[in-house]
Design a protein around this ligand. Structure first.
Ligand code: ZN
Length: 376
């Protein structure tokens, strides 16, 4: 089983600013943990650096206007009306090099897609990608350019059927919108319910339009959804739908802001629960392009994506984090020394409310989607 990991030290040069929750050092920390576990030098694995995506490829999804504004603002030019493109103080600040950083992350995801499409590797992981909120003409939710859409387009250009599975705590709205009317790309997103969390969409009745009707699947979840509740709902929906669709390639956004210590969301998964979902996605994917995504507790990002990369390489990791990593990452770990978390202890009524909500969503998906896709 050949695999590829996309990584560049260049990601570290970029910075959203000191008060922004998306810390670029999360990528270096993740790579350091993969490396400490020996996962960057496996015999069947190659580590490849990304190349920036050229503007003509970005125009496959983004409007020329928006790309011009993004590039000018990134170069320090004051652009009147930048707010109309989602740029400015708040979620999508203007910072030097944001265009280059975003184009590099896109290049990583497209490189992963190209390697998988060409049959050079079976599974590839571009963990700087997964910026699923970016829209054709505006930045949204910390995302300037939508690498996931562009990676899927690269696969579609080779005639491949793509299933997109997004397990970030936020709805994968930019990707859903991009393929909402297409039957050759099936999108599935599991996330905290949109009436509680950004971006406010992703309800079970958003099922696609026209030829794409039945090819957008949304599993919204109640706050404090834990591993058990999540995995029950996931198992009821994701494997049967993926099997019925029979994709050539699965593209998966592996945001870990679903974790119970994440500062921005209210789901209650552990690294174990996340890893079990990833294990199932890997098992369902004839070929896999895995992307990163959200995750604002840096120790979770490093642990979860290292666990995911180990699964993609069929490697079992020791639970104790390697000593050299512990020594170098102390300030991010807050006392944690293990890859896994242990069970959450939530009150029974809290878990019951989350389970009741999840089961209702599963029934909606069974009613709305299963007949169209022929799921039995
Ligand atoms: Zn997110």
């Amino acid at each position: 089983m050949k695999t590829a990991l996309v990584h560049s030290e260049a990601y570290q040069r970029f910075d959203y600013g000191p008060s922004h929750p998306l810390r670029m050092e999360r990528l270096g920390l993740t790579y350091a943990l993969m490396d400490a576990y020996g996962l960057t030098g496996l015999p069947e694995t190659r580590v490849i650096p990304p190349q920036p995506t050229p503007p003509e490829v970005l125009r496959g999804f983004h409007t020329p206007d928006y790309l011009d504004v993004l590039r000018a603002a990134s170069a320090g030019v004051a652009v009147p009306g930048a707010q109309r493109y989602g740029l400015g103080p708040g979620d999508n600040p203007i910072w030097p090099g944001m265009y280059e950083a975003s184009a590099l992350a896109c290049g990583g995801s497209i490189a992963a897609a190209d390697l998988v499409a060409a049959g050079e590797v079976t599974r590839a992981f571009a963990f700087a990608g997964g910026l699923h909120h970016a829209m054709p003409d505006r930045a949204s939710g910390f995302c300037y350019l939508n690498d996931a859409v562009l990676a899927i387009r690269a696969l579609r250009a080779r005639g491949l059927r793509v299933c997109y599975v997004d397990i970030d705590a936020h709805h994968g709205d930019g990707v859903q919108d991009a393929f909402y009317q297409e039957a050759e790309v099936l999108t599935i997103s599991t996330h905290e319910r949109g009436d509680h969390l950004f971006p406010g969409t992703g309800f079970a009745d958003e099922i696609g339009e026209g030829a794409g009707r039945g090819y957008s699947v949304n599993l919204p979840l109640h706050p404090y959804t834990d591993d058990a509740v999540y995995l029950e709902a996931f198992a009821a929906v994701v494997p049967p739908i993926v099997r019925a669709f029979r994709p050539d390639v699965v593209v998966s956004q592996l945001g870990i802001d679903s974790h119970r210590t994440d500062p921005l969301t209210h789901l209650a998964l552990s690294v174990e629960g996340f890893a079990e979902a990833v294990r199932q996605i890997v098992g369902l994917a004839p070929r896999l392009v895995a992307l990163g995504g959200g995750g604002y507790d840096l120790a979770n990002v490093a642990r979860a994506w290292t666990a995911a990369w180990a699964l993609m390489n069929d490697v079992t990791l020791p639970a104790e984090l390697p000593a050299p990593f512990l020594a170098g990452a102390t300030r991010h770990l807050h006392g944690r020394t293990r890859l896994w978390d242990g069970a959450a202890l939530l009150p029974a009524e809290v878990v019951g409310a989350a389970r009741e909500y999840a089961q209702r969503q599963v029934r909606e998906i069974e009613r709305l989607i299963f007949p169209i896709l022929g799921v039995h």
